[in-house]
Design a protein around this ligand. Structure first.
Ligand code: 5GP
Length: 347
């Protein structure tokens, strides 16, 4: 047994240190970023914030709202080909990722993989494939990514989740372009309680970004953002993309039913998700997600403006003209209290 003694930090444990800046106004901050991906060789330009592939978040309606801000949506993997045919009209395909699990390793007829293939055949302009599993540390996961890379040499592959440098490197070497980083920080995730596994997100992101940068890869900070300032901190820590679940949940675009003014939101490994999608509940797999009832928050557009406004403003405080410049302009200070709780304004 070994204990790493240096303290690992979360978003709430740090604040940006303000710096003298030459930026005249928030309007001068450019939130678009251009990427060239290591394995696919493709380029992508846009605002590097993504909707998670969760029920209630990775929906067609969400994608249509996010594309207005040039953001990406990773579509939930349970949509059928029929759903795609009915709803894809009006989607900016460049801002969309299909999603699959790895069930096809055991079941050649796995519906998510078959749907992914069919959707990519119908809509070849979709640039991203996300291979989403809770734990990407299995050897067969890396093998799967390598096979997928052979099958889709031109697609930008998003792989995860991991939260350590060596596995970030491994998945990039096996053929992934963007690594989804986060084990246990999610708003409706119970992995840390159920298994005791995880790494505080800010420190994890710093480590994974460093590993990816070393070999030309990219990472997504996935999970744990509660405020716009957390999104900014993730970029400051070196994340190339930030993925949001809970911050985009409860809106009109969730495509969920509003019951008594509330919308149900659940983790994709929760009992609720497993019974909804008929996933394996085989007696040795526990639920690692929970269900919450959120107040219906109306359309998501104002929330997107709020998030982008926060990131833009953070940039002006630290003198970063672009998101790309944020890590080099960032000095974090550790703090014991990030907000004034007197009116409990932030819970
Ligand atoms: P949030 O932005 O809500 O804090 O985090 C979203 C992320 O939580 C998702 O993108 C996904 O990686 C993770 N997640 C979603 N559902 C579950 C779940 O049931 N269990 C766990 N461990 N993580 C989940």
């Amino acid at each position: 047994m070994r204990i790493e003694q240096d303290i690992k930090l979360d978003y709430k444990d740090v604040l940006f240190k303000p710096k003298r800046s030459k930026l005249e106004s928030r309007r001068n901050v450019d939130l678009n970023r251009e990427f060239k991906f290591h394995n696919s060789g493709q380029t992508w330009t846009g605002v590097p914030i993504m909707a998670s592939n969760m029920d209630g978040v990775g929906t067609f309606s969400m994608a249509k709202a996010l594309q207005e801000q040039n953001m990406i949506t990773v579509m939930r993997k349970h949509y059928t080909v029929d759903d795609w045919q009915k709803n894809a009209k009006g989607l900016k395909l460049k801002n969309v990722s299909v999603c699959t699990g790895t069930g096809v390793i055991w079941d050649p007829d796995a519906p998510d993989f078959a749907t992914m293939k069919a959707v990519l055949a119908m809509y070849p302009d979709i640039p991203f494939i996300t291979v989403d599993v809770a734990n990407a540390y299995h050897e067969n996961y890396g093998d799967f990514i390598a096979k997928l890379r052979d099958e889709y040499p031109d697609k930008t592959i998003i792989a995860g989740n991991v939260i350590t440098g060596e596995m970030t490197e491994e998945l990039i070497i096996r053929g992934a372009d963007i690594i989804k980083c986060g084990i246990g920080p999610g708003s409706v995730c119970t992995t840390r309680l159920q298994t005791g596994v995880g790494v505080p997100q800010l420190s994890g992101i710093i480590e994974c970004a460093d590993a990816a940068n070393g070999i030309g890869g990219h990472i997504i900070a996935d999970g744990g953002c509660v405020y716009a300032g957390d999104v900014a901190k993730a970029f400051g820590a070196g994340a190339h993309f930030v993925m949001l679940g809970g911050m985009l949940a409860g809106y009109d675009e969730s495509e969920g039913d509003v019951v008594d003014g509330k919308i149900q939101f659940y983790g994709m490994s929760s009992d609720a998700a497993m019974s909804k999608h008929g996933s394996r509940k085989d007696g040795y797999r526990g639920a690692e997600g929970k269900v919450v009832q959120l107040p219906h928050r109306g359309p998501v557009a104002p929330q997107l403006v709020e998030i982008l406004g926060g990131v833009r403003s953070a940039c002006t405080y630290i003198g970063a003209r672009r998101i790309k410049d944020m890590p080099k302009c960032t000095t974090f200070v550790r703090c014991t209290q990030q907000v004034n709780q007197v009116f409990n304004a932030f819970g």
